[in-house]
Design a protein around this ligand. Structure first.
Ligand SMILES: O=P([O-])([O-])O[C@@H]1[C@@H](O)[C@H](O)[C@@H](O)[C@H](O)[C@@H]1O
Length: 371
């Protein structure tokens, strides 16, 4: 997904391809001052050292990227490669020093490249949930003490959120991992006046559900059971084959129905790793619902999507919107970005249409001076 986003930004920025799938390019956002695709610069942390060009070629092979495109943006990919480091989470001795390394890296990146804003976006593998309400995460003070004592027990996503906010970088979680969702980190964001957004990009099955579920609710029809089966491969499929990590994803995917309907629905989400599918995903949803006089009916849909191609443009949208929010002085959880997420921060609104209206309204409030 990260490679697709970087390659896609270079291709869109140089006019080689149209920005299909990039919400921020819709006419509704024309009055909003957003950074141009050609102004975005990328850096990142990785666990492997495969070059971006090689990864891009693998994406061509997987039919995600058109043949010939990586060669046309080779210099952009090489420039981004220069800014990709091995994650200190893999090597640092303790959490405090790993966080310190990330802060140094972010500050150095911003200074060397003379950037106005650095938005940190988590697109790494989904983590298992952590126990809720640990005392060392309850306040910034408790967390600082725990970091000194080596008892902080932060998941990697939260270490990155901590580092980002401390380095005055807005943080976005495109995954269902914990990230900034700890009271201590909310306090840190408030103290640093930094915005943050999440959680878990709404790219496929959940996107369709967020259109259909409000339809059933508004027509006063009662879904009795909604069973979703997700078949996927690639790194995501392998990650979600681990039960703990799958739990995070399933919780995130299930939140919407529980909050849209005021009756109990038998709501099941299954995720299966099918390595041969690679970056492609099939979701099959079976909805049994009740109408007037209790008559039972069924609706089914099948979604076949390319995960990277669906997610990458949203990652670019989020970078543009969150950078603009930061410039406009917004801070705290950006609940108006719910449109992009399965498990949105700070709101119970899941209907896509209403989320879109809210996004447009919010974006217009960011101002229209030049980016
Ligand atoms: O948006 P959605 O299709 O409900 O959920 C998606 C998954 O099922 C998908 O295939 C996976 O790769 C992504 O992590 C994403 O979360």
């Amino acid at each position: 997904m990260a490679t697709t986003a970087m390659l896609g930004a270079a291709a869109v920025g140089s006019g080689l391809v149209p920005p299909i799938g990039c919400v921020s390019t819709r006419p509704d956002f024309a009055p909003v001052a957003l950074a141009g695709f050609d102004e975005l610069v990328f850096g990142g942390h990785e666990l492997v050292d495969t070059s971006l060009l090689k990864r891009a070629e693998q994406l061509v092979h997987a039919r995600v990227v058109p043949p010939g495109l990586p060669a046309l943006v080779e210099s952009d990919l090489r420039a981004a490669d220069e800014e990709i480091r091995l994650s200190p989470m893999a090597t640092a001795g303790d959490q405090r020093s790993a966080i310190g390394d990330v802060i140094t890296d972010l500050e150095d990146f911003r200074r060397r490249l003379e950037l106005d804003t650095v938005v940190v976006i988590n697109v790494s593998s989904t983590e298992a949930p952590i126990p809720y309400g640990l005392p060392q995460h309850a306040s910034l003070r408790a967390l600082l003490r725990a970091l000194d004592e080596g008892t902080a027990a932060l998941p990697d996503s939260s270490m990155y959120a901590y580092a980002a906010l401390s380095a005055d970088c807005p943080y976005v979680d495109f995954t269902p991992s914990t990230g900034a969702r700890l009271p201590a980190l909310a306090e840190l964001a408030a103290e640093r006046r930094m915005p943050y957004a999440g959680h878990d990009g709404k790219t496929g099955e959940t996107l369709v559900k967020s259109v259909l579920a409000p339809m059933f609710a508004q027509r006063a029809l009662r879904p009795l059971s909604w069973s979703g089966t997700n078949l996927l491969g690639g790194g995501d499929g392998a990650t979600l084959a681990e039960p703990g990590r799958a739990d995070s994803k399933i919780q995130s995917k299930r939140r919407m129905l529980a909050e849209i309907f005021d009756h109990e629905t038998h709501d099941a989400v299954h995720i299966h790793n099918v390595p041969d599918l690679g970056d492609w995903k099939t979701a099959w949803d079976h909805i049994m619902f009740e109408g007037f006089l209790g008559v039972r009916m069924t609706m089914q849909f099948t979604w076949q999507g390319c995960d990277s191609a669906l997610a990458a443009p949203l990652v670019l949208d989020l970078a543009r919107f969150v950078a603009a929010a930061h410039r406009a002085g917004r801070h705290g959880p950006l609940s108006d970005l719910a449109f992009f997420f399965k498990d949105p921060l700070g709101t119970r609104e899941h209907g896509l249409d209403r989320q879109y209206e809210r996004l447009v309204h919010w974006a217009h409030g960011l101002g229209g001076e030049s980016a």
